[in-house]
Design a protein around this ligand. Structure first.
Ligand code: CTP
Ligand code: MG
Length: 227
């Protein structure tokens, strides 16, 4: 079975407004619920773990209790970094979770197809991440703001969530990161530190992370189009 962990304990600084962006409404429904409902449509997923700030636990539990069509779930408290939030969520993994998905609550436009492809590849290869071909030219720069070099764009992908792993691999990766004080910017980077190969599967360009206020309008446009 598959369990999905949803980090939603950030401070939404770039969104502004002093509220958790995951509780903002997108076309009339809170972002977090949209995300959870899509994952709940995936048959193999049997449990959802939502990680929020301590002062939001009751609000989020209330919201989820009143929502229909969610797989069984638990809400827990996050930490000061996304990685610490997920580490806390992983403590609630049910025994029958062989595959663990991590997905930013703030990516409500993820599709059932992408989720299934990540699960399939995680089962086959041990770890898989959703990503899209990079559209921009990316440069590596130095501390003085000069270009060091330009990696070939054809080799670059822009990484999203979901990211999925066999349970033992992800738990070992999180243990090692904690021991070594390694802070990664995604889950795959922790697994890469263990030396495992991680498969890249096609994400969708619509699977944006709601980060700044414009993203709400962009996401509403995608939703409009998908009707
Ligand atoms: N997140 C988390 N715990 C943290 C930081 C982030 O659970 N300590 C979650 C966010 O709630 C979000 C996801 O990780 O769903 C991706 O992070 P990001 O988009 O950066 O959200 P915030 O950190 O809240 O936003 P900002 O960086 O603008 O403050
Ligand atoms: Mg952040």
């Amino acid at each position: 079975m598959v369990t999905a962990v949803f980090p939603a304990a950030g401070s939404s600084k770039r969104m502004g407004g002093g509220v958790n962006k995951n509780l903002l409404e997108l076309a009339g429904e809170p972002i977090l619920l949209r995300t959870l409902k899509t994952f709940s449509k995936v048959e193999r997923i049997n449990f959802l773990i939502v990680v929020v700030a301590a002062h939001e636990v009751e609000t989020v539990e209330g919201l989820m209790r009143s929502a229909r069509g969610l797989k069984p779930w638990r809400v827990t408290v996050g930490g000061s970094e996304r990685q610490y939030s997920i580490a806390n969520g992983l403590k609630l993994l049910p025994d029958d979770a062989q595959i663990v998905l991590v997905h930013d609550a703030a990516r409500p436009l993820v599709t059932v197809q992408t989720i299934n492809e990540v699960i399939d590849a995680a089962e086959q290869f041990g770890g898989a991440i959703a990503a899209i071909p990079e559209k921009n030219t990316i440069k590596v720069i130095d501390a003085q703001g000069f270009v060091k070099y330009t990696p070939p764009r054809a080799e670059l992908v822009s990484v999203m969530t979901p990211q999925g792993f066999r349970r033992e691999i992800l738990l070992r990766a999180y243990d090692k990161a904690a021991e070594e004080n390694f802070l990664g910017t995604d889950d795959s980077s922790l697994v890469e530190q263990l030396g495992f190969r991680v498969k890249v599967v096609a994400g969708g360009y619509q699977n944006i992370k709601i980060t700044t206020p414009e993203d709400i309008r962009i996401a509403e446009t995608f939703l409009e189009e998908s009707k």
